[in-house]
Design a protein around this ligand. Sequence first.
Ligand code: ZN
Ligand code: ZN
Ligand code: ZN
Length: 366
Amino acid sequence: MDTSVYQARIDNVQREMGKRGVDLLVVGPSSDLRYLIGYDAHLSERLNLLIVPGKGKPALVVPVLEAPLARSAEALVDIHEWQETESPSQLAGNLIRALNPGSIAVSDQLWSGFLLKLQGELPDASWVSALEIIKPLRVTKDDAEIDLLAEVSRLTDEAWEEFIEGGPLSGLTETQAMERLAGLMQKRGLGASFGICASGPNSASPHHHTGNRVIQVGDSVIFDWGSTLEGYHSDVTRTVCIGEPTDEFRKVYDIVRRANQAALDAVKPGAACESIDKAARDLITAEGYGEYFIHRVGHGLGMDVHEEPYLVGGNTTPLEIGMVFSDEPGIYIEGSFGVRIEDSVVVTPDGGRRLNEATRDLTVMD
Ligand code: ZN
Ligand code: ZN
Ligand code: ZN
């Protein structure tokens, strides 16, 4: 993205601040910081802080040793370096005090340790969450962002198609199987993000920690993984069966696959987030597996793997064109097995468009 993209984002965030009567915004190392100025700051005990006033050029507080990294944002912000022997919260406090803000919005991902020190510096300010200011900007993606999400998803699918042709999984540990898949992602130049391989009874645990269990014939194996391309994430899940599937596995797989399709079919601009969850859940419930679908059907996807909007019961937010989220129903039978199928979906004027097309057919591997 070039400077003009970030400048427009800063202008937009300042406009949102104005609408909500917020005088100043502070942002720590996070996707919000990357979104606003393209600076991928280290998240550590050394304070990096973006200070956005209601009008005019923002300030960026950076540790002197990380200042070379921040230079890329020089056109957008005034950079204030702090030396190892200085107090960065005092420096930030002085910069903020000079602007005399009444109300300060704080990005969700600023560490509480930093926030508490800033509050100590500015005891008279009122502090609010920046979520409602930043969310309207980040929740819908522009064409350039959708192109990146589509491309990282396409390459992730391609890695999967190569993976399932790449020889037997039985005899490998979950870790070894995941390494093989991760290697195919790296080969395509994608950045590391996360990977879950859950085999046999572990596949009934949706966020299983990949471990040393050896994959065996008869296992259901769930792979839930992703990568990044220029900071934008893919997030895909496929479930394979090792050896001939049982009737129960076939049945559950078919239900999950139809639930994934039902959720996609429910996507259209204006539909409530919760209605997408309901479409998948109603189908699974009607098949008698409702109690085994133990998580929401999806989450927004972009610079974070989990972000707004959340497709969950109770969220009546209407879908908008350009929103991108996961469609990931699952059925988990504790002690036995689980199945999940996950694609990323973008909202278009005509409904949902999948960004993932890796096969959803029941895949049997050795
Ligand atoms: Zn998850
Ligand atoms: Zn996932
Ligand atoms: Zn997901």
